[in-house]
Design a protein around this ligand. Sequence first.
Ligand code: NG1
Ligand code: ZN
Length: 609
Amino acid sequence: MSPILDQTRTNEIFHYNLLFSKYGKKDILYGTAGFRTNANQLDHVMFRMGILAVLYANYTKKVAGIMITASHNPECDNGVKIIGNNGEMLEENWESYATILANCKDEEIVNSIDMIMSDFIIRLGNSLVYLAHDTRKSCPVLLEACILGINAMGGKYQNYGLLTTPQLHFMVYTANSDSDISYYPAERDYFDKLKTAFFNFSQDCPDPPYRILVGVDTANGVGALKMERLQILLRENIKYLEFTVVNMGLNGNATGDIGYIKHGRTTNSNNHTLNDEIENNNEMGTIQSTQSGLNLNCGADYVKVNMKPPTGLSSVHDFRKESPFFEDQNVHYASFDGDADRIVFYYFDKNHEFNLLDGDKIAALIAYYIKDTLKICELAPNDFDLGVVQTAYANGSSTLYIRDNLNMKVYFTPTGVKHLHHKAAQLDVGIYFEANGHGTVLYSKKFVQKIAELSKDGTKSSKINTSARNMMNFINLTNQSVGDALSDLLLVEAILLKYGWNITHWNSMYQDLPNRLMKIKINDRTLVKTSPDETICLSPPALQEAIDSLVSRYPKGRAFLRPSGTEDVVRIYAEAESQEKADDLAHSISVLAFDMAAGVGDRPLRPSK
Ligand code: NG1
Ligand code: ZN
């Protein structure tokens, strides 16, 4: 028995575990940033994560957060992301303890808790955990499990119900920036911040001579509800920007085409708007959408991986028929993932060809804007440490553009947002994006202070004052705790507005090298080992040599493979001078890896167009 926990709490823990042992357990917890697995195998893990969050909150003496979501993955999966005290991801040393607690046997649970308490010298006291979840049907039962874990440790919680992942990060960040932790930030604070910053930014921009239409595919996920609300708020002041939201997932129609916002209202009869009524209630079982088709043939991951538009865009086309003032060149699209922390953009050109602008293009656009603003503000390039953080998945052309055209430093980290975030936090302006559309910008105190000073400095020209004020609004528009589809959407629209660019202009910054991402299943993906930067395969032996020999046959060829941290697969990435050659290269390496690393199932097929 635990010397630290009192008997009642220990009993609760055992009782709860007995209750849930009927679901069985599997030690299939992937990744380190969070856990994801099949939902019905997860409630005992959620219970333990409730416990962990209380321990963590006691350790930091700050609010912790638990987001129940499996992001861009299928509806049948679910998972958890634990949010640390700065509204950022959980620290790495805590992740390993989370893994131990999640995987230990029932009879070891109290010992694991004791170990954490003694290693971190924790004394249980007041603690508060913020909870939220996405629209998956499995969320309520998992939420309940989390709450039981929190209760078992004597913690308090605040259930925000349906939020996007970045919204919950924002809540935790806001609460922890305030010394009084009994204050609950509300969802309206989040929306007010975005709305005000975007409106103020637009005040300093020229009025565009045309109206812009943005079709937003919300992946039949929680982003639909939030995008709808944002759209209504923006309509109050912004007249030239119209959003239509598709794949809202409210009718159980897996293929989308469910409704769109017209004049600020959704024309969908089954529509319900979620707003502050879900805030500040500690009730379980908050409003749950009847969605389905989450991330199915739509959403940021689908669009990026398949390099094609999602299903469900026809309502945007219908909308355009009714509103002929939207010229082709002023229409573009964006796709969120299931918990709205990723975004990619796209459009159809004159020849109706699909053009994708992914996380790398977003990073390049933001880098361009910031560099330009600093020049106008007459700040010397060396005054601040500016940089873009990428992973090996970044398109080679984006890296060259940022380095050679923008003269900005590019840093590389292993895959996983926590690595990019960590590096970006070391810079004065750290722009980080994964190619898949997850990213944001981090600004140092020194930088923000200088920009604030310049915006008010009467000895400087009005051009400098305006540009600095503009930058300040841009900073306020940024969710600095984590990549945020809603915030990123507005950051991009703000920059396009400022320069009077349409999406074609943005896309012409540089031309992506054709590329292909594939995945294969192998018997044991842990046998595939790579160098720390993930670009060289160290095991199985001889695989890298074979990859090198293949790559050398392709002009502008580059390729690597690595075991996924979130799925039971090995991912293969290839670039080459044409799409056909990139497909060839990715396919050849997939077959090679399948043969050399004990592939499972059918041999990989060549990607179809
Ligand atoms: P894995 O499964 O480790 O490749 C994927 C993404 C990461 C990151 C995580 C977290 C790719 C190639 N990989 O990781 O960038 O977003 O999911 O969700 O996009
Ligand atoms: Zn996500």
